[in-house]
Design a protein around this ligand. Sequence first.
Ligand code: TXA
Ligand code: MG
Length: 311
Amino acid sequence: MEALERGRLVAFPTETVYGLGADASSAEAVERIFAAKGRPRGHPLIVHVADAAGAEALGCPLGAVGRRLADAFWPGPLTLIVERGPGVVPEATGGRDTVGLRVPDHPLTLALLRAFGRGVAGPSANRFGSVSPTTAAHVVDDLGSAVDLVLDGGPSRVGVESTIVDLTGPEPTLLRPGGIAVVEIEAAIGGPVVDGRRGPARASGMLASHYAPAVPVELIEADAVEEAVERAASAGLRVGLVAPFDHRHRPGWRLPADAGGYAAALYATLREADGSGLDRLLVVPPETGGLRDAVLDRLAKAAAPRDAGRV
Ligand code: TXA
Ligand code: MG
């Protein structure tokens, strides 16, 4: 907390991924985040607070729908885009008059946020464009001495980033699928959430290539595994296989069949595969589960050509 007060960078655990935190009311502190991540200044950060009252204390009105969603899902993997209040400097939101707010579900970080009392701006604690960190060791691997303090809260339980819903338009709009399924959000609101993923990229996670490991990723269906392995082998490529079922391919990883379990292990698996000297990584998506949409979104981005949609 003292580090945050002095404008320092503190990496913190959440249930989704680790965040790289700084005082959201200080332009200098926030600038350090962009510098450490190598993130373009125009990409807005999510601001973390201890509870819904903490959001309103920043001068960010949640509105009726926002309060209902906060009641239903905070602390939890849901980010709400609302009007930015004076408790958040414009530098944190790339100059926007809106801000993404979230109450993370992790006891260590909730204690930090309560003690600090202000908002903590915090993107995922990785270099811009690479795979998000789900352990403290991932943060150190990626950012090393660029971060002043890393709080180790164990592996992230959910494993993919929060769902982002924009409440500033005429209808609640999905900007990024994530740790809470859209059907659950619609049930809590009692109405539809519009899919805002088409059209120009509004969230950095919406760029076509993002969350990407260095090894080229190819998405395949379960029944195409054998053929894809043979094709790659005959081209002289060293391939790895990630799949939600038992298999004998080496190097290989077996992830849970349910998208929730799959999501929890996904980023650590992609990092491990990245360190295995592969030419290509074949990935079979999960079959079922409420987080399937979020996992498919991240896999599609991991598989997108390296320079697609980058700014
Ligand atoms: O689970 C998470 O959301 C994690 C943890 C650390 O809380 N954070 C995270 O932050 O994923 P980051 O910076 O990697 O992604 C934040 C996303 C970006 O895609 C950004 O463009 C979008 O949120 N975003 C933030 N503020 C926004 C705003 N005012 N309008 C539109 N999109 C916004
Ligand atoms: Mg990120």
